[in-house]
Design a protein around this ligand. Structure first.
Ligand code: SF4
Ligand code: FE2
Length: 611
């Protein structure tokens, strides 16, 4: 396989990671490139300059870099949310014929919670909710309306610290302004703005994206499916949907099941059309329609290398440019679908809510027509069972059914020690880490120590490939967690969705506070988060909003800027004073598990429930 413009082979991400050494100054120490007097490489070790040309210190540079990364992560989640709300508004106006308001009960609940209308007509109600949500992006003053979903103690703390986000876009823009050359130059002040921006993601954009998609496509309930490259079918037209926006894939999944498509596929010698997910688009259609998952982020190129993928659709976020070079070596058609994202070498077929049905039909035809162009097919046989579909609603239901379901039962199990606590394991898979293997080691250790684990994103898919997302995985759980899981018929590791669905974990934590018995703030809960194989800026935004919400978060791989002492003292300790939570860094998954367990036990002791 010739790589365009070079000699040599096209090699997937794992090989490229081996070939490219990460820049040590960009990782642990401080590299600033926000102005043309630099870039400045600044170290505290005495090996080079101790401050930049402008006099910026390593801790200012590290905080500035982190704040910028958080802003980018928040922008990604929130711009995704905006796209979903715009489609939602089009549905409410009747101008998006491929979509409907699927969960009207959730729509009414949301409207009641947000105090925005009691209209009987769901379309009218949806217009009001849509208007409120769109207003959250452009709000200039006051408080994000959705911040009111946080427990009162947390909201008071944010008010005291000036951390309540004003508007989603405003916080992102202000973070970019403050990190421009010569503006905010005090590490802690920058970190607080990073937190306010991240909170606009966690309690703003991400909550909006999750809520609106639930109303449009259905609130997830537990379903079984399968994960790994073995879900690709040698005798079918295979379409892989990859990225983060489930709008077009929702229509595609529905149309693919149509008899017309099966007949068309048969006419070219295939048994039918098979859709498989990749990354967070996978998580979305898996949760709602049990569509199988080809795999997580790291395996996107490998799906094409099976030779069995007729069409790969990509939208936004976590899509490797390397896909184009790999697809060029096979018959796979790579198609970009978001107005925001194109890749040289890929065809562009743009999604629009008004024409989604026609676009989906055109793409299905293109995939089917491509089936006869297949050459050698080599699909690894493995595919692992998983159970998915857990969110605050379905977990409440699992905890006692429609009428008796309550987070009180979860709290009681924590108080009596059957479950020691809860850990969120989220984020990406990263070739710099153990390539998906850290998740298995970490999560097995947590589960063996009676910690209930909630997973999202590619971390969830890595755990699924490890066989951890089935009720039978409770066999390896500690005796308390095992008994609870067996009684409820749930896995010890609950799949809660895509990366924006980390908002579901936040909402569940808020439910735990409301249910009583575990303190009055999120920072009282025996709960921790971690992203052992993070790679994207979104993971830092998620981590910072959990910390700003009072839940400590462990990071693997590396912690950007951690060699700057004052900055490190703030992020690993100082923030606790203000937020009741801080970051911790631990690249070894076993040691990360031990740190999470120690944190949970410390919280239990503080609550007086150490037994
Ligand atoms: Fe260097 Fe300061 Fe410019 Fe950063 S802002 S590149 S530290 S001169
Ligand atoms: Fe994701």
């Amino acid at each position: 396989m010739d790589k365009p413009g070079t000699t040599g082979r096209v090699i997937p991400a794992l090989d490229r990671a081996r070939e490219i050494k990460p820049c040590p100054l960009g990782a642990g120490e401080s590299c600033c490139r926000v102005c043309a007097m630099g870039p400045c490489r600044v170290t505290e070790s005495g090996k080079g300059a101790r401050v930049g040309v402008c006099g910026a210190t390593p801790d200012t540079i590290a905080a500035r870099n982190l704040c910028r990364m958080i802003a980018a992560g928040t922008a990604a989640h929130s711009d995704h949310a905006r796209e979903v709300v715009q489609t939602f508004c089009a549905v409410a106006r009747g101008t998006a014929p491929g979509f409907e308001l699927c969960d009207r009960e959730k729509l009414s609940r949301l409207a009641a919670q947000l105090g925005c209308g009691k209209a009987e007509d769901p379309a009218v109600l949806a217009r009001e909710v849509g208007k409120l949500f769109l207003g959250e992006f452009g709000r200039q003053e006051g408080e994000l309306a959705l911040a009111a979903l946080a427990p009162p103690r947390r909201l008071e703390r944010w008010r005291r610290l000036g951390l309540v986000p004003r508007g989603i876009d405003r916080e992102v823009v202000e973070s970019l302004h403050r990190t421009h050359m010569g503006v905010d130059q005090e590490a802690l002040h920058l970190l607080h703005q990073g937190t306010r921006t991240a909170l606009a993601d966690g309690w703003g954009g991400s909550v909006i994206a999750t809520a609106v998609r639930d109303v449009l496509f259905g609130t997830p309930r537990p379903v079984r499916s399968r994960v790994d490259l073995g879900v690709l079918k040698p005798d079918c037209v295979n379409i892989v949907v990859h990225g983060h926006e489930p709008l077009l894939p929702e229509v595609l999944v529905r149309l693919a099941a149509d008899g017309e498509m099966t007949a068309r596929a048969r006419a070219v010698g295939a048994a039918g059309v098979n859709i498989a997910g990749m990354c967070c688009t996978a998580n979305e259609i898996l949760m709602r329609h049990d569509v199988p998952v080809a795999s997580h982020f790291l395996q996107q190129e490998l799906a094409i290398i099976t030779g069995a993928v007729e069409l790969m659709l990509v939208d936004v976020q976590c899509v490797m440019q390397g896909l184009a070079a790999v697809a060029a070596c096979y018959h796979t058609r790579l198609v970009t679908t978001s107005e925001k994202a194109r890749i040289k070498g890929a065809r562009h077929v743009e999604f629009s809510p008004a024409t989604a049905l026609d676009t989906a039909r055109e793409l299905l035809y293109a995939a089917i027509d491509n089936f006869p162009n297949r050459r050698r097919v080599d699909i690894p046989p493995q595919a692992v069972e998983l159970v998915t579909g857990f969110g605050q609603e379905s977990i409440r239901h699992a905890l006692g059914g429609r009428f008796r379901g309550s987070y009180r039962m979860l709290n009681e199990n924590i108080i009596n020690g059957w479950i020691r606590g809860v850990a969120g394991v989220v984020g990406c898979t990263n070739p710099r880490a153990a390539s998906g293997a850290s998740h298995g080691v970490l999560v097995r250790e947590l589960v063996a120590n009676d910690v209930l684990v909630l997973v999202t994103g590619c971390a969830a898919l890595a755990c699924a490939r490890d066989g951890l997302l089935v009720p039978e995985a409770a066999d390896s759980a500690g005796p308390g967690l095992r008994e609870v899981c067996e009684a409820l018929g749930i896995p010890p590791v609950l799949h809660c969705g895509s990366c924006v669905d980390n908002s579901r974990i936040l909402m569940m934590a808020a439910e735990m506070v409301r249910a009583g018995g575990l303190g009055e703030d999120l920072s009282d809960l025996p709960v921790a988060g971690c992203a052992p194989e993070w790679m994207s800026e979104k993971a830092l935004a998620v981590g910072q909003y959990f910390i700003g919400s009072g839940i400590s978060v462990g990071l693997g791989v590396y912690f950007p800027g951690a060699d700057s002492k004052e900055f490190a003292a703030q992020v690993f300790e100082g923030l606790t004073q203000d937020y009741g939570a801080a970051w911790f860094f631990e690249p070894d998954p076993q040691a990360l598990a031990r740190k999470i367990l120690a944190h949970i036990e410390e919280k239990r002791r503080a609550l007086g429930i150490e037994g």
